[in-house]
Ligand binder design. Sequence first.
Ligand SMILES: Nc1nc2c(ncn2[C@@H]2O[C@H](COP(=O)(O)OP(=O)(O)O)[C@@H](O)[C@H]2O)c(=O)[nH]1
Ligand SMILES: [Mg+2]
Length: 400
Amino acid sequence: MRSVFTIIICVLLQTPTLNSDIYCDSENETCTRDISGEKFIFYDVNPPEGFNLRRDVYMRFAIMLAEAKRNGRKRNWHLVLPPWHNLYHWKNDKSDPIPWSSFFDTVLLKSYTSVVELHEVFSNIQELKIDRLYVLQNYPNAFENGDFTEKWKVADTCNNYERSFWGYKNISVKEEICINFQGKISQLWDVIALHPADKHVMFSHGEIPLHDTYGTKTYWDCRRSMVFNKQLIEKSEQYISKYLNCHTKLCSNYLSVHWRRQDFAQYRKNKVPSIAGTARQIDKAIKNFNSYIYKVYVATDAPFSVLRQLETELTYYGYTVFYYLPSDDDIETFKDGGLAIIDQIICSHAAYFIGTHESTFTYRIQEEREILGFYSTTTFNRFCPDKGQCEKPSKWTIVH
Ligand SMILES: Nc1nc2c(ncn2[C@@H]2O[C@H](COP(=O)(O)OP(=O)(O)O)[C@@H](O)[C@H]2O)c(=O)[nH]1
Ligand SMILES: [Mg+2]
């Protein structure tokens, strides 16, 4: 009787939606599990934060869930992937929320831990009522008595938080609670335990909790599951093959740079080089590394006129400069987020890479290169300011 019942439930749920993913696809026990017992974590990130810090915030939440599951706990919990919406750096894509599948291979994300896209949540409900929205906020003084300690507490006063729910109009909240929070993300399980019956829990300011451990095997296992989707990889590899004339993953014939400008050039003037200084550093790096290289790929958020100035400088040194100029079709297909990823992929395959200090865009390229297996000396290089101190870049090498 029980097995017939199980089959009926499974057939009912076998749609290519959230249900089939979550409730029926692991071999034994999931099909018999009561659907009403499933629980979901939602999170959001401070609006001005860019794509690449958001990727790190995702990893913190995904690892928190995966580690709990690895210890046999939280089996009925799932992490909801917050759509990409209204990102500060994106000029073209301000309107519709963009799912993670536009950028990542979600089959691989799901193989790491139980994650679902928000639109999948809505494939079987019309409206979503979040049981508890925890608005995370920093303690007014992070270093009390000179020490940074792990702690959280329900706050007496709430900082202003504007709910946007990624443009979705059919999400509401039953109760909002402000939490002063500092330290490791796994403490959020204790916050969730305040209301054990909750099924839909959301955290805003997901960037406040920190990784339990950074740069460990656990970190890299999750990082390796964040693979870009096929279309983006293909598009980038076509470019590398056609223009840079490299047909393998570990290219030996071009150098790449991530030349972060915009807000970095504006607010950190004494930390980034001038245009002439940038060209000088690229020339020096090539002469030290392999003077046969003459192709330089530039990924940048600089205005086109500034990029052309750098190109002129580098041409003067005898280099051929490459950059990705998207067609109107490419812009439509890949959107700002995808175009930036194409830049990152092309940088990842270069023989030698120079990045921008303290840019998460650069960090993600460095990780990709570690995964590909480049020597770390070809990866952890940074542009220095024209004058003054230039700290060594931090080296986060892969752990298998
Ligand atoms: N296409 C492209 N976009 C870039 C480049 N550098 C920065 N951007 C854009 O600017 C944003 C920078 O924000 P973020 O990802 O947080 O990186 P960070 O601010 O450098 O740490 C990126 O997400 C891109 O949208 C680049 O080299 N190429
Ligand atoms: Mg940023």
